[in-house]
Design a protein around this ligand. Structure first.
Ligand code: C2O
Ligand code: CU
Length: 517
């Protein structure tokens, strides 16, 4: 099957070794040769609050000297960065000029259910709304194994009429935070995000403005993801699980999730950024489909910690935390300050991923090229963050994330033993309340809750890890770990999802509905 072309320029890839990333079929570019790009900032229309995002294919240069077809918001990968103010609602009209349906989710947003990017709230390609039938599997992705004629089609009431464009209302009634937006189509999130449908979404507020943090060109969003490429530059994604091709001893990309052998930052392979010997605010996002990151600076600074973490998934921490490594599972964010002033001018600082192997151990490089004045600082108090305690919880629930029994096409990932069914909800938390959830798993599952924001209470009965700090929307539940979180539901009633953010697990049905009542 290797080499069969599907819509969108991705090819079916042959069997891959379990645990090994997909191998690119072109020579890998030289590291630290491409300058770090910074995605464009999304611009509103004349009213200052209405945005439009046109999802369309585009041919872009990712690997120097080759063209790659991506599916981009506004034809760019990553999509434009939203830079918006807390408490000032915006609306975003999404137009679909791709060959497949989409659904756009604001990850970490407190968003009404209609605008949240529910997996079956589809925006279909322009001109196709009339002809589109709910439950249609589309093409070009392995996830259809779970979805074609599958769980979605059984419950037609879960589908709303397909539209050709949809206006998302984002009230932004939440504090400053590093969010992101990405495709969320049921069964196809992995392949559609892989093709490029992801971007950063920054919310700012006055409390944060008042802090003397680095700003302007000393504040850089860093969207990190991994990809593999075909000989001609096309993105390479395994559209059929290699395990289904009968390769002996292969557990399959959909067991592990899809990892590529090229590390991209803001869409560029192993880029390099020239920095002054001053403090920078770096907003890290792990936008990989399945890869976990443990980021380090090499060399570490001669004195002090490599990173000063100031924020997590959902906003600022109460106090800064010095860290030598940043562990980020899929969808997690870390807002950090790095003081390049700790290095002599001329130092080349490599950002490494300790969890990578070979070339994926390197991510990008910062070259400290000049001295400059620096009036920024990291204050000892950053924000007021109320710490939740089990006494705040009005109810307890358990969610078990595990490989379930065989379905028509092999095993499926499940929540509490069930594959995703858009027509059924597993829980009905009450608006305005806090619940204590116990999460268990058989593998690494970055568990993401829509609408509800949470604090990690414990791991295996012990205190949370550094990567668990602050308000969160995604927590990496490690194999056979018991993670307790205190999750608070505020803002809106309605149907939302909880799912694994390993996108291949999500597409293989590791998702559940939550009805906030
Ligand atoms: Cu980042 Cu439900 O997704
Ligand atoms: Cu998972």
């Amino acid at each position: 099957l290797a080499g069969v072309t599907l819509a969108g320029g991705c090819r079916l890839a042959g069997a891959e070794r379990a645990g090994a990333p997909l191998a690119s079929r072109l020579p890998l570019p030289r590291p630290f040769a491409v300058p770090l790009p910074v995605p464009p900032v999304a611009r509103p229309g004349a009213d200052g609050t209405s945005y439009e995002l046109v999802q369309r294919p585009a041919r872009v240069e990712i690997i120097p000297g080759t063209r790659t077809e991506v599916w981009g918001y506004d034809g760019v990968f990553p999509g434009p960065t939203f830079d918006v103010r807390a408490g000032r609602p915006i609306r975003v009209r999404v137009v679909n000029r791709l060959p497949v349906p989409t659904s756009t989710h604001l990850h970490g947003g407190v968003t009404p259910p209609d605008s949240d990017g529910y997996p079956t709230h589809l925006v279909v390609p322009s001109g196709l709304a009339g002809r589109f039938r709910p439950g249609h599997g589309g093409q070009g992705a392995h996830g259809g194994q779970a979805g074609q004629g599958g769980h979605g089609a059984r419950r037609p009431e879960a589908w709303r009429p397909a539209r050709e464009t949809f206006v998302h209302e984002y009230p932004l009634g939440q504090a400053a935070a590093t969010l992101w937006y990405h495709d969320h189509r049921m069964d196809f999130t992995g392949p559609q995000v892989y093709r490029g449908l992801a971007g950063m979404f920054l919310i700012r507020d006055e409390a944060e403005d008042a802090l003397p943090l680095p700003r302007g060109d000393r504040e850089i969003p860093l969207l990190i993801c991994d990809r593999a490429f075909e000989e001609d530059g096309a993105l390479r994604y395994p559209s059929v699980d290699p395990a289904l091709l009968g390769e002996p001893g292969v557990t399959g990309a959909h067991h592990q999730g899809v990892e590529g052998d090229v590390m991209l930052v803001n869409g560029a392979p192993w880029p390099v950024a020239e920095v002054a010997a001053v403090r920078y605010r770096l907003r890290f996002l792990n936008a990989c489909n399945a890869r976990r990151l443990d980021l380090r600076l090499d060399p570490p600074p001669p004195s002090g910690a490599a990173f000063t973490q100031i924020g997590g998934d959902i906003g600022l921490l109460s106090r800064p935390r010095p860290l030598d490594g940043l562990v980020l599972a899929g969808a997690e964010r870390a807002d950090v300050v790095v003081d390049f002033g700790a290095y002599p001018v001329g130092t080349r600082v490599v950002l490494r991923n300790r969890l990578g192997a070979g070339r994926t151990r390197e991510v990008m490089r910062f070259d400290v090229v000049r001295r400059a004045g620096d009036d920024s600082a990291v204050p000892a108090r950053l924000a007021r963050v109320r710490t939740l305690t089990p006494r705040d919880a009005v109810r307890r629930r358990r969610f078990d994330f595990r490989l379930g029994g065989p379905g028509p096409h092999g095993a499926r990932w499940t929540v509490n033993g069930l594959p995703f069914d858009p027509g059924t909800a597993l829980a009905a938390p009450e608006l305005g309340t806090t619940e204590l959830w116990t999460l268990t798993s058989d593998f690494h599952h970055p568990v993401h809750v829509h609408l509800g924001h949470f604090q990690v209470l414990s791991r295996n009965g012990r205190p949370p890890r550094p990567s668990d700090a602050g308000w969160k929307d995604t927590v990496d539940v490690r194999p056979y770990e018991v993670v307790q979180i205190l999750v608070h539901f505020a803002g809106f009633r309605g149907r939302y999802v909880v799912h694994c953010h390993n996108l291949e697990h999500e597409d293989m049905a590791m998702m559940a509905n939550i009805d906030v009542v």
